[in-house]
Design a protein around this ligand. Structure first.
Ligand code: BES
Ligand code: ZN
Ligand code: ZN
Length: 480
């Protein structure tokens, strides 16, 4: 649907989106009428001129790619009942990033989850044409532009793939059906796939993981997908929290906190989106993703506060709250992944792990934790470029003591409510081998993974948090 077209903008018959940061530029044809309509080109301001079929959107700047994504999302949704849309390109500094932002804005902003709505969100757009003519009369690099369209399409569509699974309802997504989605992806994208059932988890001594899923009628699964790059420059392992439902277990969540907990599988969905894109972009890495999929429910055989669980690496864990279940599933999944993959350059985990992280950094930002400051900082730079927000959260020797237990090696909760995101991260660090500790980063996506109201180019529901930032980071690693 989105293509580059070697024609002057006026020679294309389509509705036009025009990005503006002020009303001074010569390419703005409608200054008078825009002013009459009170349009002053402020960021996210929009003016639709129905007769001329032109939509003006205010942006912060042509190098502020996230404001371009938001602008495109706004404009596209105004024009979505039209058949053809066109936009001019912008050159000056970098046509590649500009075009990427345009395409991502359209695909991410045009997304909606309307599967269960009788009235569907109508989009009539058949073609979205990016003219090689640009706002600055500079020469566009056509190869760069084509590459940008292709890469942005793969990245944004993979993000929407992640959103779709996050948004899917818990009557349809449970560990077995999530494993089926992974299996189908492995077939279509030529990945290796291995699914472990509960009897396999027992064999592997993954008793912390097993305890979490024990009361559910839907048995747990561990999912492993593997992609081998042609000229692989790095070996990357990603782990996703796949709680297809988190009721809290016996430490039951209050009703108001339980709604939206279908989204507790967002880490798993993110790593699926990432491996989908990495394989479609044919990136030069080896990538292994592991998902711990379970349902945290109540029942006569539910695991209990006061239980002590023995994890795969023999660490004993006192359960003080069955709602701190994600870290138990991740603990064993981390151990398993490190046993399976011997050569690891980086090991990252993605989890909607704590409400505390949302309190700490706000609902739109992911918390980055770990012992490698360079990794956190480099990852953060790339995340920002991709349009995702992150904030580092620090561990320290006093926080490390907060998960001490009187009866076991560690407790699954901190001794008080302070720094809950970090104490969860510190808990996970107990399941890393010594040599992998500095290769590891924990990403708490509890805030941005799922919001009940729209923000920027994210509609209400799953956002695909984790996908774009990780792809930007991997791409920077292999293009160094
Ligand atoms: N899945 C939740 C965390 C969460 C909360 C994700 C809100 C998204 C939005 C997690 O399993 C949980 O319940 N964590 C507890 C930990 C506590 C019991 C130590 C929490 O954050 O309250
Ligand atoms: Zn929980
Ligand atoms: Zn949870």
């Amino acid at each position: 649907m989105i293509k580059l077209i070697n024609k002057k903008i006026n020679d294309i018959d389509a509705s036009e989106i025009i990005l503006v940061k002020d009303l001074k530029s010569k390419y703005i044809k409608d200054v008078k009428i825009l002013k009459e309509n009170g349009f002053s080109a402020k960021n996210e301001e929009i003016c639709v001129l129905i007769e001329s079929s032109r939509v003006y959107v205010g942006i912060e700047d042509f190098e502020d790619y996230d404001s371009i994504r938001v602008g495109l999302s706004l404009a596209f949704n105004k024009l979505k009942l039209n058949k053809n849309i066109k936009i001019a390109s912008y050159v000056s500094k970098c046509s590649y990033w500009f075009i990427r932002a345009v395409v991502e804005g359209v695909i991410l902003g045009g997304y909606s989850f309307d599967k269960y709505k009788s009235e569907k969100n109508k989009i009539n757009v058949k073609s979205f044409q990016i003219s090689t003519e640009n706002y600055l009369d500079e020469k566009l690099n056509v190869d760069d532009a084509k590459e940008a369209i292709n890469e942005a399409s793969i990245i944004a569509n993979s993000t929407n793939f992640t959103r779709d699974i996050v948004n899917e309802i818990p009557n349809n997504i449970y560990p077995k059906s999530l494993a089926k989605i992974a299996k189908d992806l492995s077939k279509s994208n030529n990945l290796a796939c291995n699914i472990l059932k509960e009897e396999d988890l027992k064999e592997e001594n993954m008793n912390a993981f097993l305890a979490v899923g024990r009361a559910s009628v839907n048995p747990s699964r561990l999912i492993h997908l593997s992609y081998k790059g042609k000229n692989a420059k790095k070996n990357i392992v990603l782990i996703g929290k796949g709680l297809t439902y988190d009721s809290g277990g016996l430490s039951l969540k209050p009703a108001d906190y339980m709604v939206t907990m279908k989204s507790d599988k967002s880490g798993a969905c993110a790593v699926l989106g990432i491996i989908k894109a990495v394989s479609e972009l044919k990136m030069d890495v080896n990538l292994d993703v592991f998902i711990g999929a379970a349902e945290n429910m109540i029942g006569g055989n539910a695991y209990k506060p006061d239980d002590v669980l023995i994890a795969k690496n023999k660490t004993t864990i006192e359960v003080r709250n069955t709602d701190a279940e994600g870290r138990l599933v991740l603990a064993d999944t981390l151990c398993y992944a490190q046993e399976k993959i011997k050569k690891i350059d980086y090991i990252l985990d993605y989890a909607t792990l704590t409400g505390a992280c949302v309190v700490a950094v706000g609902p739109y930002t992911s918390g980055l934790m770990g012992y490698n400051d360079d990794l956190k900082s480099e990852f953060r730079t790339q995340a920002t470029k991709s349009g995702e927000l992150t904030a580092p959260l620090e561990f320290n020797k006093y926080l490390e003591k907060k998960i001490k237990s009187k009866i076991a090696d560690i407790s699954n909760t901190g001794e008080d409510r302070y720094a809950g995101a970090q104490t969860a991260g510190i808990f996970l660090s107990h399941f890393l081998t010594k040599e992998n500790k500095e290769k590891w980063m924990h990403i708490d996506i509890a805030g941005p993974a799922y919001r009940e109201s729209e923000w920027g180019y994210n509609p209400a529901g799953g956002s695909g948090a984790g996908v774009r930032m990780t792809l930007a980071w991997i791409s920077s690693l292999i293009n160094k």
